[in-house]
Design a protein around this ligand. Structure first.
Ligand SMILES: Nc1ncnc2c1ncn2[C@@H]1O[C@H](COP(=O)(O)OP(=O)(O)OP(=O)(O)O)[C@@H](O)[C@H]1O
Length: 796
């Protein structure tokens, strides 16, 4: 029996005080308690019986104080039972004896993976009326009913029992969902006096269809017993209803039976519990569900590339996400590790090792809108005037590790330029030129070992491209091309970003692991090591009894082991891919293939899926500068009609507008947006604290902070550093890991334009068409059942 320091409640705190007899006698401490449900006093014929013990019970708003009176009363015979650890309470009907039954789930010892234990404690009241009074009082406190020491407790004070719709995916995770329902979930839910209806899903999208149709007022909450994928269906089913505004306010909950269980990990963390997996995690989440606290949760509206034509015209798809958007390493691991599903959450560990062994990078452009800056108070110095014409330059990426850079905007601001007077333009050009020179100077210093990495600017890429092409032409004509400083530098920059001896790598090699290889070093040793890595991963997987199959890998156009020259040229061209290509993809323009593959337009409508379920584009992005400029000065999105797209297009209602984003086929606003362009190992947008139950990837996130937490890792990072990043992520300690390749920034919206022709994109772990994608947060749109921790807004 636990003996806390101050056991006796202050008299003013006491709501009820009575004497009870003992029941059952199974407790090791001699108290009348049963445990683990084997002798549940709910069933009169269960074999339990009155004992000779007697107890004094005192109920306060936060605790139940239990003092054994006989035999052996005293300090050591006291128990302080926090109501926060009770799942429920009951008074079995006649002919059962008048019992007060408490269902207590104290947390396990604070050790990783130790589960909370179920204990049933029963006390025999003098009369049924007394037992019911106590039961009502405890339930009032558990349900948040306002009470005081003068309250006359009775059943009539209680709100009606809660009703939950449980949706179970029997195939999630390792296929244990139904078994865990029987053994853990349903017993606890019954003890909490919750009514439920359980439906097993029969196929993908079954839950989504169901949620679109059902009458929602009948339910106090929709709870999925599965992984995150099924909740994604439910959220989207709710958003596809004509009454979506009301429907999305239905509290949703999750009982983790999947492989990743990211949202469950976030709920577990929010409640203040230690990280755990499998049954301990399930018990924690089920317990929190029974407690019933509800919080607002942000949703992120994601617009993806179209997959199919509607009336001959491809339309973008829109969906709602509660967890993440991933591109590169994270989504690759997620999708490719499907084949190891039998391993449960270990599938991600294995998938990570396999992907690390053959690390890929992807070209692309990431633009994001940082959170609003706080309006300056009158006495503060006004912020420096924004540069009117700026470029997509990212300086000092190491600074990104902690602070967002807000000042960088795209170079597509032709509409802004128009408003400049001639003189201003001239001064601006001059300033730009000076800045470019300074930048070159800085880069030279960095290349000597003290620098930081940078993203290539669109304008500079074009410059380089032009210079390179001119050089090529001259060479083709047999001309002797003078190697000016400008040319040297451009080529050098271009090459340095593409080769194993990049300035960034120099940094990292110098600072942390001089002997380590980097992923894009084309050297023979590197390739050898990669092969070894694959072999190791294969051996590991064989150890698990898993057939790894053939790696889907290294498609044309993104082979990291091309010659330096090829790499530099190819990437220069692709980095310059403009937003016009998105437009042409949507509207089928410029679909004619030119003689050069670079002149054709990519068509997202032609997305294909390979054997691994990976979407890829048939063609790389071509460059169409004229079209891009035309689009750049087109009208801003604010005047455009609300999006009507994807599965929501046919509905006779308006889904919430993405007011921060233009349509996907139009350029982003020039103000406030930051654009980073180059080679990425991964881009991850997360809005929960956890990416998996054991991956604390965004410790700073809150359910309703109105933020998307972006993490991006740029090419050049070594495998060792990437592995360290993921290992540190388990503890949420990765934010302090300093690498110039790793950046963490908050955002309200972002756009991702993959420029590599092949890759995987996932939303909440579900595969979506590969191609441009954009997203915007909609703060506090949904409601999540999270239990008691934090500020409880309401109870369901
Ligand atoms: N009865 C079913 N049969 C086949 N697929 C289903 C069924 N019910 C749901 N699905 C789909 O299965 C996919 C995976 O489900 P879910 O995410 O719940 O499990 P998981 O992948 O094991 O977990 P996690 O997403 O946490 O890794 C989802 O896309 C979901 O839509």
């Amino acid at each position: 029996m636990r003996t806390p320091d101050s056991l006796s409640p202050a008299p003013a705190e006491a709501l009820l005080h009575s004497q009870f007899g003992g029941w059952g006698g199974g407790g090791a401490d001699g108290s009348a308690s049963g445990s683990n449900g084997s002798s549940c006093p709910n069933s009169p014929g269960s074999g339990s019986a009155p004992t000779a013990s007697s107890y004094a019970l005192t109920l306060t708003p936060s605790h139940l104080h239990i003092q054994r009176l006989a035999p052996r009363s005293g300090k050591e015979a006291r128990l302080l039972l926090p109501l926060a650890e009770l799942a429920g309470c009951s008074c079995p009907r006649a002919p059962a004896p008048p019992l007060l039954v408490l269902y207590w789930y104290p947390p396990g010892r604070r050790r990783k993976g130790v589960s909370r234990r179920r204990q049933v404690r029963a006390y025999l009241a003098e009369s049924r009326v007394e037992a019911e009074r106590w039961s009502a009082a405890v339930q009032c406190l558990l349900r948040g009913v306002r009470v005081s020491s003068t309250t006359e407790f009775s059943r009539s004070l209680l709100p009606r029992p809660r009703r939950l719709l449980l949706l179970v995916n029997p195939f999630s995770g390792r296929g244990q969902a139904m078994q865990w329902c029987q053994s853990h979930i349903l017993p606890m839910i019954r003890e909490a006096n919750i009514s439920y209806n359980l439906i097993q899903t029969e196929r993908q999208n079954h839950a989504r269809e169901l949620i679109r149709e059902i009458s929602l007022p009948e339910w106090d909450g929709i709870v999925i017993v599965s992984g995150d994928g099924l909740l994604h269906e439910v959220i989207n089913g709710l958003m596809e209803r004509p009454d979506w505004e009301q429907a999305i306010k239905t509290p949703v909950g999750i009982l983790p039976c999947g492989s990743g269980n990211a949202l469950a990990g976030s709920i577990n963390h929010h409640a203040g519990y230690d990280m755990c997996l499998r049954e301990p995690l399930l018990l924690n989440c089920c317990f929190l569900l029974c407690r019933g606290g509800v919080r607002p949760m942000d949703l992120v509206s994601v617009t993806t590339s179209p997959t199919s034509s509607q009336n001959g015209r491809p339309a973008p798809r829109r969906l709602f996400s509660f967890l993440s958007v991933a591109w590169g390493f994270v989504s690759d691991v997620d999708i490719e590790s499907e084949r190891y599903r039998g391993l449960g959450s270990a599938r991600f560990t294995l998938g990570t090792l396999v992907r690390l062994a053959s690390l890929r990078s992807y070209k692309g452009r990431l633009s994001y809108l940082p959170p609003c800056t706080v309006a300056p108070s009158p006495d503060t110095t006004p912020p420096p005037q924004k540069r009117l014409l700026s470029r997509s330059i990212t300086e000092g990426l190491e600074g990104f590790c902690r602070t967002p850079i807000h000042r960088t905007i795209s170079d597509m601001g032709l509409s802004e330029q128009r408003s400049l007077r001639e003189g201003e333009r001239e001064r601006e050009r001059q300033r730009e030129k000076e800045e470019r020179q300074k930048e070159r100077q800085r880069r030279r210093q960095r290349a000597r070992g003290v620098g930081v990495t940078r993203a290539s600017s669109l304008a500079e890429d074009r410059e380089r491209e032009g210079a390179l092409e001119a050089e090529e032409q001259s060479r083709a004509c047999g001309a002797d091309v003078p190697e000016t400083e400008e040319m040297d530098e451009s080529a050098d920059e271009g090459m340095s970003e593409k080769t194993g001896q990049s300035e960034d790598e120099l940094d990292e090699q110098l600072s942390e692991e001089k002997t380590e290889d980097t992923m894009r070093d084309p050297g023979a040793e590197d390739t050898e090591e990669q092969r070894e890595g694959v072999v190791e991963a294969r051996e590991l997987s064989e150890g698990y009894g898993v057939d790894m199959g053939k790696e889907a890998d290294e498609s044309e156009g993104c082979d990291p082991y091309l010659s330096e020259q090829q790499m530099a040229r190819r990437s220069m061209r692709k980095n310059s891919a403009p937003s016009s290509q998105i437009a042409s993809a949507f509207f089928g323009q410029a679909s004619v293939q030119g003689s050069s593959s670079l002149e054709g337009a990519a068509s997202y409508g032609d997305d294909e899926m390979d054997m691994n379920g990976t979407y890829f584009q048939g063609e790389p992005f071509p460059l169409d500068v004229a079209r891009e400029r035309a689009l750049t000065i087109s009208s801003p999105f604010r005047h455009s009609p609300p999006l009507k797209n994807g599965s929501l297009a046919n509905a006779a209602f308006n889904p919430p507008r993405d007011d921060l984003l233009p349509p996907l086929d139009q350029p982003l606003p020039t103000r406030d947006w930051v654009t980073i362009e180059g080679d990425f190992v991964l881009v991850l947008a997360l809005y929960q604290t956890h990416l998996g139950a054991d991956l604390h990837a965004a410790p700073q996130a809150k359910f309703d902070d109105g933020l998307i937490h972006l993490t991006f890792v740029r090419a050049g990072i070594s495998r060792a550093t990437l592995l360290r990043l993921f290992l540190a992520m388990e503890r949420g300690a990765h934010l302090s890991l300093s690498s110039p390749y790793v950046s963490h920034v908050p955002a309200r919206a972002f756009r991702l334009q993959p420029l590599s022709p092949r890759g995987t994109l996932t939303v909440d772990g579900e595969l979506v068409p590969y191609g441009p994608l954009q997203a915007q947060v909609h703060p506090s749109m949904a409601r999540l059942i999270v239990g008691d921790a934090g500020v409880t807004i309401t109870r369901f």
